[in-house]
Write a protein that binds this ligand. Structure first.
Ligand SMILES: [Zn+2]
Length: 213
């Protein structure tokens, strides 16, 4: 079984992917992580990727697909969860060719309003000393601006500033949202209300997964 978890930045994909791996035994496949591993281990495909990167070029889709294919082969019967791939319709089409018509069992979209995504990401704060994470609305520090654990200053990562978040969401909706229509046409699309609590989102995911089996 191969499933795809998708959603805008801030939708909670990472958390849900970890839960699916822990509780249901999914092997998480992230092309980014796999790419870093291949480069570190110096495999043939890793060396090819490295040669593009050292020239400051993007790693081409065909190299990423080669990596993806070897990850899928090494899953050894475990259910696979694709995290962060495909990112655009061209990659989604190429993926269909690798896995064949029966390959993808379902595509799960963690759906949230843009305003909520902005609120979730731009409210994140991190301690500059111990790295503890907080959120202005959902898990604020006891003393505003200072870490509960060590008393150091808590700050917002530059990437999480509201204007940067809006740009990231723009890129997502332009490049990645069209894959949702692609999978709707294939009858594989499932929508999950991502505004619910972590537990409720997980329960709806698990329930929809059971209905596939
Ligand atoms: Zn701290």
């Amino acid at each position: 079984m191969i499933i795809i978890l998708t959603g805008a930045p801030g939708a909670g994909k990472g958390t849900q992917a970890d839960l699916l791996a822990d509780k249901l035994g999914f092997k998480k496949v992230s092309t980014g992580d796999a790419l870093r591993r291949h480069i570190k281990e110096g495999t043939a495909v890793g060396k090819r990727a490295q040669s593009y990167m050292s020239e400051g070029k993007l790693v081409p889709d065909e190299v990423l697909l080669g990596i993806l294919q070897s990850e899928l082969e090494s899953a050894q019967g475990k259910p696979v969860l694709l995290d962060g791939y495909p990112r655009n319709v061209a990659q989604a089409k190429a993926l269909q060719e690798i896995v064949g018509p029966q390959g993808i069992s379902g595509v799960f979209h963690l759906d949230l309003d843009k305003s909520l995504l902005v609120e979730r990401i731009s409210g994140r704060r991190t301690c500059i000393n111990c790295g503890a994470s907080y959120h202005l609305l959902t898990s604020p520090t006891k003393v505003e601006g200072f870490c509960d654990r060590c008393g150091s200053e808590v700050v917002q990562r530059p990437d999480d500033h509201e204007d940067k978040v809006r740009v990231r969401l723009e890129v997502y909706s332009k490049e990645t949202s069209p894959i949702l229509d692609f999978y709707k046409d294939l009858g594989l699309y499932h929508c999950i209300d991502g505004s619910q609590s972590t537990e409720k989102v997980y329960d709806s995911l698990a329930a929809q997964l059971r209905s596939l089996a």
